[in-house]
Write a protein that binds this ligand. Sequence first.
Ligand SMILES: [Zn+2]
Length: 219
Amino acid sequence: MRIVLVGPPGAGKGTQAAFLAKNLSIPHISTGDLFRANISQGTELGKQAKAYMDAGNLVPDEVTIGMAKDRMEQPDAVNGFLLDGFPRNVAQAEALDAMLDGEGMKLDAVLDLEVPEDEVVKRIAGRRICRNDSAHVFHETYSKPKTEGVCDVCGGELYQREDDSEETVRKRLEVYHTQTEPIIDHYKAQGLVVTISALGKVNDVTERAMEALRGEKAA
Ligand SMILES: [Zn+2]
């Protein structure tokens, strides 16, 4: 299956992408991984991307699209792939359509993870990270440390990352609404969008997604 995963920040997209790709035996292709791989391997596209990033600029769509195309042509993607973080705007979605079209391929589904905005803010703004180890993660509501402000694992001080502040989260949501959400309408016109709720336990969300994708495949 060829799937695009979309959803706002805080929807648990990366986690779901990993589980779904495993269940469907297809590679999980995330833009973050694409960038890291191309830059560390020193590919031509990686060099271009790095030059933009080092200058503090956004990487242009054609560079991202080129990396995605190279990745989708790898042998492990012959039976499909799950794209995560790409396309992130309508221009990229149109470029992806054209690229797949050129290869005689089509997307099977666009899986839209839905989370109410207030829940997104609560999920992200409630995160507390340990100063000693960023893998020690707690949450004000969902995973409280035994002592407020203190890491259960190592006793380190817990803090809120600047990226996780409510103000930053609201800004990221705004970018999502204006840039990424329009691709849902773009794909709705192609009858590809499957929307599921991303609330609840990780396993339940994965199961819900698998069921929705099976329905889509049968349709
Ligand atoms: Zn710690």
